[in-house]
Design a protein around this ligand. Structure first.
Ligand SMILES: *Cc1c(COP(=O)(O)O)cnc(C)c1O
Length: 396
């Protein structure tokens, strides 16, 4: 079906932060398949774990115990202070569906089925299922798909007064991305996240975090909310959690998790042996001593480099924003992010466009400072390409 806008390009192999096309041309991957290939390409430990598990049991279903899932859940809970339980699925949208269903069931079981509404934010992205396009609220994604699923209210991102005004007797939860990814790599103020936590406590609401893009180490901590020193009641993770293998998780406090009793929710593939073998291999790498510190160090190096790039090319780059290795170049009105993404591709650098004319820069978490320097050189050439007069001046 023609639902994707693809570049005329395919990759034959990869290694770390690099990809090669059929003609042997090399690309530096600073998009990570939309912030997903957290360990880069062909990571030997991940490849071996998947191959080994595929040769034993690939799928058995949730009719039986799945030791790989039990181990992964125990490790995620151990590494995530607020979480007591995990539900596994296969994509970010599904992890969010489970999150919203759990939130609604929590209030219904407490005798308040009328409390089913979730407050969401303008500029959010929560996935493409019928309910999640409603949670996302973007008219472009809703158009033509019938009446939106009821139960999602939207307020401006970062506006605490609007949040408080939107709370009614029907409100069950507040759902937010600590950094809006698709919406333009917009970080929430850490104070705002702290105030949301306090407001949820004040009104008996659940705080639901969508860490599908920000989680699993991308921010330099395991979860982006840890920078704010807060804890949610429930949280979704996907993208980087499987290192490129489809896997998603919804982590919750016990008081929420207990309401998804047998029969209330499920997935045929969810938490299967192969996906969870991949998840465990990813965790082996991300939780290794010093790994997240290194992500933070390299991320700061990239951040400084992008600020420098913005200073040298004010006609192209208006600002830098984001967190950790989820950064965005806010472009000027003179350049569109699609144009810049294409120009970077011509220079051999893969990036991803985001909302609000932002170019997303999200390398694998295993990226090195030398590779960051190479990406900065390619971005510099990309900016020169987009400013012909500067290019001429530089050539002189
Ligand atoms: C990508 C994304 C989703 C949707 O994930 P899928 O795996 O495409 O369903 C949901 N929320 C956020 C924040 C995302 O970045």
């Amino acid at each position: 079906m023609p639902n994707y806008n693809r570049a005329d390009l395919a990759f034959e192999r990869g290694e770390g932060a690099w990809l090669w096309d059929g003609q042997g041309r090399r690309y530096l991957d600073f998009g990570s398949g939309i912030a997903t290939s957290s360990l880069g390409h062909a990571h030997p430990h991940l490849v071996a774990a998947i191959a080994e598990q595929a040769g034993r049991v690939m799928h058995s279903s949730n009719l039986y115990r799945i030791p790989q899932a039990e181990r992964l859940a125990a490790r995620l809970v151990e590494a995530t202070p607020f979480a007591d339980s995990v539900y596994f699925s296969n994509s970010g949208a599904e992890a969010n569906e489970a999150m919203v269903k759990a939130v609604r069931k929590y209030h219904a079981d407490a005798g308040h089925p009328e409390r089913f509404r979730t407050i969401c934010f303008e500029g959010a992205f929560h996935g493409r299922t019928l309910a999640m396009i409603s949670a996302t609220g973007n008219k472009k994604y809703l158009e033509g798909f019938g009446p939106p699923v009821d139960g999602f209210d939207h307020v401006p991102f970062g506006n605490m007064n609007a949040v408080r005004q939107a709370i009614t007797k029907e409100t069950a939860a507040i759902m937010i991305e600590p950094v809006q990814g698709e919406g333009g790599v917009r970080p929430a103020d850490l104070r705002f996240l702290q105030e949301l936590r306090a407001t949820c406590d004040e009104f008996g609401l659940l705080l639901a975090l969508d860490e599908v893009q920000t989680g699993m180490g991308r921010s330099g901590k395991l979860w982006a909310h840890q920078w704010a020193g807060i804890e949610p009641d429930i949280m979704s993770s996907a993208k980087g959690i499987g290192g490129g293998f489809p896997l998603a998780a919804t982590l919750a406090r016990e008081k929420v998790a207990v309401h998804l009793k047998p029969g209330t929710h499920g997935s045929t593939y969810g938490g299967g042996p192969l996906a969870c073998a991949a998840g465990n291999a990813v965790l082996d790498v991300i939780l290794a001593p010093g790994f997240l510190d290194n992500v933070d160090r390299v991320a700061r190096h990239l951040w400084r480099g992008l600020l420098d790039l913005a200073a040298r090319h004010p006609k192209v780059v208006a600002g830098v924003q984001g967190a950790g290795l989820l950064l965005g170049l806010r472009l000027t009105d003179a350049v569109s992010n699609g144009e810049m993404q294409g120009a970077a591709l011509s220079e051999g650098l893969l990036t991803v466009a985001a909302g609000m004319n932002v170019l997303r820069v999200a390398p694998p978490l295993v990226v090195t400072e030398a590779e960051v320097d190479e990406a900065l050189r390619l971005l510099d050439r990309t900016c020169l390409r987009l400013t012909p007069s500067e290019a001429k001046a530089a050539a002189k």
